[in-house]
Design a protein around this ligand. Sequence first.
Ligand code: SF4
Length: 704
Amino acid sequence: SSEPTASKLYVKETQCPYCSVQCKMTVEELAAPVAGQRRGEYTVQGVPNEASQGRLCVKGMNAHQHALSGQRLMHPLIRRNGELEPCSWKEAIQTIAERFQDLRDLYGADTVGVYGGGSLTNETAYLLGKFARVALGTKYIDYNGRFCMSAAASAGSKVFGMDRGLTFRLSDIPKAGCIVLAGTNIAECQPTLLPYFNQAKENGAFIIVIDPRKTATAAIADLHLQVKPGMDALLADSMLKVIMDAGLVKPHFIDKRTHGYDQLIQGLADLQLEQAAQACGVDLALIRQAAMAYGEAETGMIMTARGVEQQTDGHMAVRHFLNLVLATGKIGREGCGYGAITGQGNGQGGREHGQKADQLPGYRSIENEADRAYVASVWGVDPASLPGKGVSAYEMMEKAHDQEIRALLVMGSNPVVSNPNVRLVEEGLRKLDFLIVADMFLSETARMADLVLPVTSYMENEGTLTNLEGRVLLREQGRPAPGETLDDWDILCRIAAQLGGASYFEYDTAEDIFNELRVASRGGVADYYGITYERLRNEKGVYWPCSALEDQGEGLLFGERFAHPDGKAAFTFESSPGWNDISSEFPLILTNGRVLPHYLTGVQTHRSPALAARELENFVELHPATAARYRIHDGEWVEIQSTYGSFTVRSRIKDSIREDTLFVPMHWGGIQNVNRATRPELDPFCRMPGFKTAAVTIRPLRLA
Ligand code: SF4
């Protein structure tokens, strides 16, 4: 890059949109674009704050490329005679209101569904929930965060009485004596966090990675437990049993700070370690080593992510890891705690403000009368008018398939790629009478829509996001909105006004919405009342809970009390059956995950040339012995099939994966979409699909 020139268009601080760390950065345009084209030179630099400390990974360095892409949607598109063609905003908004009204008259309010996303700002997530319940009066709202955080969130709520991603500050990580990273590949998913773990190692920490693959994160571990997918709960139980047998539990902490320990002792009494280790696919000696390292360490942290959570027993698996945390008293003090490593840019904030089927703002419950009454009073509506609890994201696709939902507004999400059992999802979306997608690009879902609404990117809209440690951060507008793009929240206000609800949706700025959100969250678990835009500008981020303007927010949680009314944490034990659908027809386990250069379904990162070039197409990672058994060569096309469907990717043979497991990234749609074969069974507690375990077979695609 060259020196800044006089034609510089902007120099603005923003935040990387591609993961939950929300690294602060500046994007500087050095030369004016040629008229009509979006070409110039850019420099990107990390800006130090407490979370990311000025670091950026390759995704952050190139995030601006999608925002400046020539593929951005600049005008609303409406389908006429089977083709999407430009239309005015006036026509788009009028059409939406008319179609929604017609369908509601015919089938009732619940015929319209709203599907949000964990990358939306807090303001948009909040408004989406209000829009569904007040402007549309529908109970059907959920979002893609169901696939991201629901298992850890529901487990944290159950055990601690509160769900916040990390119970500690990121900057506390180097103080931990032992760190367990279960089903989380931080080196590729949140790369700027890796230095914290390297620092911990330098300080003498023992790092344990639990993952079916030798990932880039496992490379820094002192001990790698290469667990069989789906067996995490049993592995956590086994570690706890070793710790109990060795007398490493902390009776004083258990007596004073928890209840339910007797139930845990009973639950683990019959656990046979040899058998459990065999079922987990891990040498018992290694399990013992891991357990003793964590149990003996004075301080320690456990972190989980989707590898543990995206299971049909994901909720329970997280709770079993939380039992380990509580039994050893490793929470509420420096160097200790539990962390759910959120994936999406606003994975934390996205789940706090009411875009979930069962939630109102501030983590209030839509089924609790007092919670309903409070939020209704903030919104100025009758509590009785608020709809009840809807269904989870995948179940909304089933409702579309059953034609119980006939119109769907999708905002900040690409459900036809990210849901399991894609065949049903495609059929469901095709059956809709009316599909609206608000997006920056013609995503796979947008291509199916009747109406596509162009929205601003992270560089163009203002709003707050809450990073994985519960730190609320303000992302300011960096450049003017291009073309006719609008902010998501602005679109919702326009539709609401057209539907006759203007008085409930009168906001001039995102800050206006935030100020209402503060009041709506007041007194709730996720209390933002004490946080203002002014504070966020001055203090560079504030932790929730923060109930008053003078409140500093809490970085380290549960020092004295947990969030349950009695102040205690709850041990629970329900043995988890694990998973075993393996058969002679489908003898391998398909699991999925992320790769370094891509984000979610790749709608944005595939349109960033620098990122796309790093991984142009999808692949399956398989062990050399598995490849030999199925006569598969490295780099050839293969088909992977389950009972739900099949997809086609290239083979990548590596000995870093278990012989019984295939790994496929989740960032591609079309015929390369891993979710064509994933299974739609849901966790009974949190409705998380079992993405991480599908029984499959594999064959080379070769001319005879
Ligand atoms: Fe930071 Fe995550 Fe963006 Fe990388 S992807 S720069 S770690 S926010």
